[in-house]
Design a protein around this ligand. Structure first.
Ligand code: CU
Length: 126
């Protein structure tokens, strides 16, 4: 009973509000300030890989870089999502990841590093 009553009174006030808006042309200034996080706090980079083992290896390499708060690699998109404690460490992360055997952007794993990967993780078509 209280629910019903509250319900109908809500509808009434909603109608009133709509009416008010027409009359007064409420200026709800929607200055859309794009609330982007400060640059360097997070980043995403493409890292080549195949499987769950790759994920573990890539994330471990990323986490070994100081200033990296969290690292998460998505097998489907092959994107490594990074969160930093301070400055952007993407380049350092990419170097570490390449050293672990995974190509990322301009940083390529050396043949030696690549060859240490288990067969299931060898993502190159050769
Ligand atoms: Cu793998």
């Amino acid at each position: 009973m209280t629910c019903l009553f509250a319900g109908s009174s809500n509808i009434l006030s909603a109608q009133n509000a709509a009416h008010d808006m027409k009359g007064h042309n409420m200026n709800m200034s929607q200055s859309s300030q794009s609330a982007k996080p400060a640059t360097g706090k997070t980043d995403s980079v493409k890292v080549m890989g195949n499987c769950g083992q790759c994920k573990t290896r890539i994330e471990k390499a990323a986490m070994s870089v100081s200033g990296v708060k969290s690292a998460s690699w998505d097998k489907q998109t092959e994107m490594l999502h990074l969160v930093f404690t301070g400055d952007n460490k993407t380049v350092e992360v990419q170097k570490a990841v390449a050293k672990a055997g995974h190509d990322t952007g301009p940083y390529k794993a050396t043949k030696e590093a690549y060859n240490t990967l288990p067969g299931c993780c060898q993502y190159r078509d050769e």
